[in-house]
Write a protein that binds this ligand. Structure first.
Ligand code: HEC
Ligand code: HEC
Length: 204
């Protein structure tokens, strides 16, 4: 055997391992899991189209990536199973945690995969009036249009927040081991715009 053979064999084995890893570890492309506004053009009645568009948006809104941080009560939840946050952390003033247990102690400006900690510069708990957990999609739909409960936003500002806010955008870049929200933030924003353009109707 020439001295180069074992090297070649090792290289081949390594590339096989790499191939296997991509094949096994790559999740289904999330972009395929959210339809765009054009997919709803077949619904002629604008009211029905609006409700259907919000139903599609619900795939994102009710994903664990969003719900975990929009809990009822003072404590975020974690993981796909949305179990109570470990260690115990609470909202505190302004949603950034109690003194000594600030979110930023562990959640930095970016995901920190080796500690499995998600991160974003704006990381904090959504205010209590923006709680989405344990609510129907219809209830959430009405709540996010209510300026008393949506941070005083107009519908245009809600669309902008959905489509452009960087903390919302974290949902599609949640770090290793977490399933991203379906689709892309741009498509989610386009759905929100189409929903508003058709009258911002809500499911029952
Ligand atoms: C790390 C926590 C966190 C995550 C994750 C998060 N949010 Fe929020 N969200 C907040 C906070 C904090 C506010 C209040 C910010 C403000 O009013 O400026 C908020 C406010 C909002 C609002 C405006 C108020 C309302 O409820 O109508 C929308 C819309 C929203 N989030 C959408 C989302 C969506 C969609 C996702 C998932 C893709 C998401 N959020 C994920 C923390 C979070
Ligand atoms: C002592 C460290 C620590 C503190 C303080 C902390 N967290 Fe976490 N948090 C973590 C870790 C680690 C994870 C990842 C857990 C996992 O996925 O297994 C996490 C996960 C989360 C998640 C779940 C993200 C997802 O969708 O998977 C949310 C939401 C969250 N934290 C919000 C907060 C908020 C809001 C605060 C402040 C009030 C806070 N955390 C304070 C360590 C901390």
């Amino acid at each position: 055997m020439s001295p180069r053979r074992p090297l070649l064999a090792a290289a081949a084995a390594l590339s096989l391992v790499a191939l296997y890893r991509t094949a096994v570890a790559e999740p289904e492309p999330p972009a395929a899991l959210l339809r765009g506004p054009q997919d709803f053009a077949v619904i002629a009645d604008p009211n029905a189209r609006s409700v259907a568009l919000f139903g599609e948006m619900g795939k994102v809104i009710q994903s664990p990536r969003c719900l975990n941080c929009h809990p009822v009560g003072n404590r975020p939840t974690q993981t796909e199973a949305m179990r109570p946050h470990q260690p115990l952390v609470v909202r505190g003033i302004d949603g950034i945690g109690a003194p000594g247990m600030h979110c930023a102690n562990c959640h930095h400006s970016d995901n920190f995969d080796s500690a499995h900690a998600p991160g974003n510069p704006k990381w904090s708990l959504a205010p209590a009036e923006m709680a989405w957990q344990h609510k129907t999609l219809g209830q959430i739909c009405r709540q996010i249009q209510d300026r008393e409960r949506n941070g005083g936003r107009s519908l245009a500002q809600i669309v902008d927040h959905m489509g452009r806010d960087e903390l919302v955008g974290w949902g599609w870049h949640p770090g290793a081991g977490r399933r991203p929200a379906p689709g892309t933030q741009a498509r989610f924003g386009a759905l929100a715009q189409a929903w508003v353009d058709t009258g911002a109707r809500c499911p029952a």
